[in-house]
Design a protein around this ligand. Structure first.
Ligand SMILES: [Zn+2]
Length: 97
């Protein structure tokens, strides 16, 4: 659990710079593991891996219709933010929607 979380997503979109960007449902994923941070097995779900995209979403992010990302997994958000902001006070997210 030492590497930076990357992104696993249910679909993808190619940005203006030609780089694949995650779309659809987005989860945090630690490169080298075969499941997302919240425990979804990548092999049995249709999640694609984006090792070049760091999972740096925040629960305060606002998704617009122009954004290819439609849903950010709250469990992955809570897990990554809890690790990243341990020193600061943070609002505990409900682990279930
Ligand atoms: Zn997740």
């Amino acid at each position: 659990m030492s590497s930076t979380p990357a992104v696993a997503a249910s679909s993808e979109a190619v940005g203006a710079d030609g780089v694949r960007q995650p779309g659809g449902e987005v989860h945090a994923w630690l490169p080298g593991q075969n499941q997302t941070v919240c425990g979804l097995p990548l092999s049995r779900t249709r999640l694609r891996r984006f090792p070049h995209v760091p999972f740096d979403y925040a629960s305060t992010d606002v998704l617009t219709e122009a954004d290819p990302v439609g849903y950010i997994c709250p469990r992955c958000l809570a897990a990554t933010q809890g690790r990243r902001r341990q020193e600061k006070s943070w609002v505990r997210q409900s682990p279930r929607p």
